[in-house]
Design a protein around this ligand. Structure first.
Ligand code: PLP
Length: 426
């Protein structure tokens, strides 16, 4: 892997020991135990600055896609920086409101919004519903009418563009469940425009995640812009264009474009179209804002060399970090203290599944009791964690210089049992 420690947000090695900002991972393990998610505030701020600079001096807006990492302390940083939020559930709506976001800071995406979801979002007066089907339009119109409200909507169109990423995180191809089919978009807009409690305000696309080239973004932008011209001719005028998220990060040897490059490429396509050139652009980045700012700290419990493979069994597992199992994702694994005697190890957790691995065939010197850090684990890590095998979810800390804030305490078995009831008589 060609990723180096300098490219990992907030991490450094001092006298051979791994640090997050000015705090050693060893001290974090002593204080908070493992497995532990560790976020770097300075790394988060650097990514926030990248995107803020990218939209400075324009009417464009960034809506952080909070499904990547929805810890309240992380959301606070984004809100304070003037970002809005892209949400995909009522739970995320409540998280956004909990940190003080206003409805006008929120766009609401997702294919399966329930009536209760729509009601809650109408009550919060969200800036825009990104609608993905005709039945959703109808339900939203009826719900808004019953509440005496009008809903601002954008249609998420599926531009049928290959994002060139893992199939599970590719969303803009016509065989994906997402969005309105490209060749049905005009008639769907006309249907929306005829509904009395909807206000058509935008167009939206999101073609996938961990996109590491400019070409899919440009291709999708061109197709959306073609559609805007078609809509313009049909008398449908929009107030914004939402290009979604999806910008990739470096986990290994990827070389994704910088946010500024992606923004410039998309803007130059928009500028060439008179029907669209004046419109504010919305972006919904998730991963590119947080992936590189988080680490998963774990401890080696056992070493189990076998004739076929060497297994390094750690106290973190697929329930803490699902990406390797779900997407064959590879993230850097760094020993907190480097030692002599490197061998090749599969790093696996204690969960009873052969799919419970965090990394395969990594070369390092493993020792029972040592600490390991999975870097670039800030996106789709804790937010996808589960209680599988009755494992309490990890704690999360935010490091800021030499300060450490516990931003989510470790879950306990009591927390988990509290939700359940036994039947009175067997
Ligand atoms: C997941 C998602 C995003 C964010 O994607 P990233 O790859 O994390 O940037 C943005 N918009 C929508 C609609 C999404 O579903």
């Amino acid at each position: 892997m060609s990723v180096t420690i300098e490219t990992l947000g907030g991490l450094s090695r001092r006298n051979g020991e791994l640090f997050c900002e000015n705090v050693s991972f060893r001290s974090l393990a002593e204080r908070f135990a493992t497995p532990l998610y560790v976020y770097s505030r300075s790394a988060l701020q650097a990514r926030i600055d990248d995107w803020s600079r990218g939209v400075a001096g324009t009417s464009d807006r960034v809506f952080y896609a909070m499904k990547a990492n929805n810890n309240l302390a992380v959301l606070d940083l984004f809100l304070r920086a003037g970002f809005g939020f892209d949400i995909v559930s009522r739970g995320e709506l409540e998280r956004a409101l909990a940190v003080g976001a206003k409805g006008s800071d929120i766009v609401y995406s997702g294919v399966g919004k329930t009536e209760e979801d729509l009601r809650a979002a109408l009550k919060a007066d969200v800036l825009c519903f990104n609608v993905e089907s005709i039945p959703e339009l109808e339900r939203l119109n009826a719900t808004a009418a019953a509440m005496g409200r009008k809903a601002r909507i954008s249609l998420r169109v599926n531009p049928n563009v290959d994002a060139k990423t893992h199939p599970y995180i590719s969303t803009g191809l016509k065989n994906n469940k997402f969005g309105i089919a490209y060749d049905r978009a005009l008639e769907t807009y006309q249907a929306a425009a005829s509904m009395s409690n909807l206000i058509v305000t935008g167009i939206d696309c999101h073609i996938g995640s961990q996109i590491t080239e400019l070409e899919p973004f440009v291709h999708a932008a061109d197709k959306v812009l073609d559609l805007i011209e078609e809509l313009h001719q049909a008398g449908i005028r929009l107030d914004h264009i939402d290009f979604g998220g999806g910008l990739g990060v470096r986990y290994a040897d990827e070389t994704p474009p910088a946010a500024a490059e992606m923004l410039a490429a998309v803007r130059s396509r928009v500028a060439a179209r008179p029907a669209a050139a004046h419109l504010p652009l919305f972006f919904e980045p998730g991963r590119s804002l947080v992936a590189n700012c988080g680490s998963l700290l774990m401890r080696v419990e056992y070493l189990k060399p076998t004739t076929a493979k060497n297994f390094c069994i750690v106290d973190a597992a697929m329930n803490d970090m699902m990406r390797p199992t779900l997407y064959q994702a590879e993230m850097p694994i760094l020993p907190v203290v480097e030692r002599e005697g490197a061998e090749v190890w599969d790093i696996v957790g204690p969960v009873c599944e052969s799919g419970d691995f965090l990394a395969k065939e990594r070369t390092f010197a493993a020792h029972q009791g040592d600490l390991l850090v999975m870097a670039a684990a800030g996106a789709y890590g804790m937010s996808m964690a589960s209680n599988y095998n009755a494992r309490p979810r990890a704690a999360e800390v935010l490091v800021d210089g030499e300060h450490v804030y516990l931003v989510r305490r470790r879950e306990t078995t009591a927390d988990m049992l509290a939700l359940e009831s036994r039947i009175p008589q067997l």
